[in-house]
Design a binder for this molecule. Structure first.
Ligand code: SAH
Length: 344
């Protein structure tokens, strides 16, 4: 059986041709799917024969809410369950400019960042484009509002699931899909350089966010094993290229861990690394995870670090944490749920 939700408009047109149908049907089916149809029977502008033909060989996948937490600041966290029982976390945040959603791209992760809960059990599997879209559609239905902004910053490394993520982006952007502008989408990566270069050529002008977390290879390799493959200089060169090709300003994430990467010397080294570049740095205190070895830097240290960057003309924001009271950074919710399941 084929998951018809996992097709771009072009793929759906080809599928219609294979079934001996007019490609025009693809548009109708696509529109039904993104209006929330779960069954072919609902697609009343298709002939009964076509609906039956589709039901015999295809289905429309979805995601169920397994658990939900609502924060005092209205942030909503979900643990969503897919057809095979695997779970992924996602978060909805309400802002003055719209409703932003952080989604997962993999169950687990292979990147091994030492401070991150999502990677502790390795990668279980990639999510399909349809499963990424279902996180959004299920949340929209639950909150009764449209999602206007997407961040690919949940569980998983999006560029380690490249083909499905690109497909997801094209479907989400399509006018008959969710019709969300690429400018409202942020993709966060630990720095898979060849994939950043490939993304720059896709004609998808999203905001690229790079998880840097250190100003040099010595510190970064200790925090992020991926740095031994693609070092700081290469990552920065890839971000320069991304800007050249897309004209989109790159963001750098920098999680501050006490005594690890939060010194004034680190701030100055970071400023030198990024000097003159049209970039933005987001500072965030590292969120300590269970069995983790890192403690968050205090507010004063963050301010001093930010000041050092500002004094050197680097754009910087100290990121406000939303949903603090329901926290458990991404990856921890699924892990806990799995542990309770094992205990039950
Ligand atoms: N794999 C992608 C996206 C998922 S992680 C990436 O690495 O960018 C989303 C962001 O959360 C990344 O910047 C990641 O480094 C950061 N992150 C992960 N665990 C964290 C923690 N415990 N505290 C603070 N930030 C964390």
């Amino acid at each position: 059986m084929t998951d018809i939700k996992n097709m771009t408009m072009d793929e759906l047109k080809n599928y219609m041709k294979e079934l001996g149908e007019s490609p025009f049907r693809a548009k109708q089916i696509f529109e039904w799917i993104y209006r929330g149809a779960g069954q072919f029977e609902e697609m009343t502008n298709l002939s009964k024969a076509l609906r039956e033909k589709l039901a015999e060989r295809a289905y429309i996948s979805g995601a169920e809410i397994e658990q939900k937490w609502v924060s005092r600041d209205s942030t909503v966290k979900y643990l969503m369950r897919f057809a095979d029982g695997e779970l992924a976390e996602c978060v909805v945040m309400f802002y003055s400019y719209g409703v932003s959603m952080c989604i997962s791209t993999q169950v687990g992760c292979n990147m091994g960042c030492r401070f991150c809960a999502s990677t502790q059990g390795g990668k279980v599997r990639d999510l399909t484009a349809a499963e990424m879209i279902s996180q959004i559609m299920t949340a929209e239905k639950d909150i009764g509002q449209r999602i206007s902004h997407i961040v690919l910053m949940g569980m998983g490394e999006p560029l380690d699931n490249y083909e499905e993520v690109i497909k997801f982006l094209r479907i989400v952007n399509h006018e008959s899909g969710l019709h969300i502008s690429y400018r409202h989408i942020t993709l966060s990566t630990c720095g898979l350089v060849p994939k950043i270069n490939a993304l720059a050529e896709e004609g998808i002008p999203l905001t690229l966010s790079i998880s840097l977390h250190a100003p040099n290879d010595e510190i970064r390799s200790k925090l992020m094993p991926v740095n031994r493959k693609y070092g700081v200089k290469e990552v920065i060169a890839a971000s320069d290229r991304y800007f050249e090709r897309t004209s989109r300003r790159v963001s750098f994430e920098y999680a501050m861990a006490a005594g690890i990467n939060d010194s004034v010397a680190c701030a100055r080294e970071l400023a030198a690394l990024l000097a003159g570049k049209p970039v933005h740095v987001n500072l965030i205190p590292v969120n300590p995870i269970e069995q983790g070895e890192f403690q968050k830097s205090n507010g004063k240290t963050l301010e001093i670090f930010a000041e050092e960057l500002k004094n050197r003309e680097i754009n910087v924001t100290i990121r406000k944490r939303t949903g603090g009271d329901i926290d458990a950074s991404c990856g921890q919710l699924r892990k806990r749920r799995r542990e309770t399941e094992r205990a039950e």
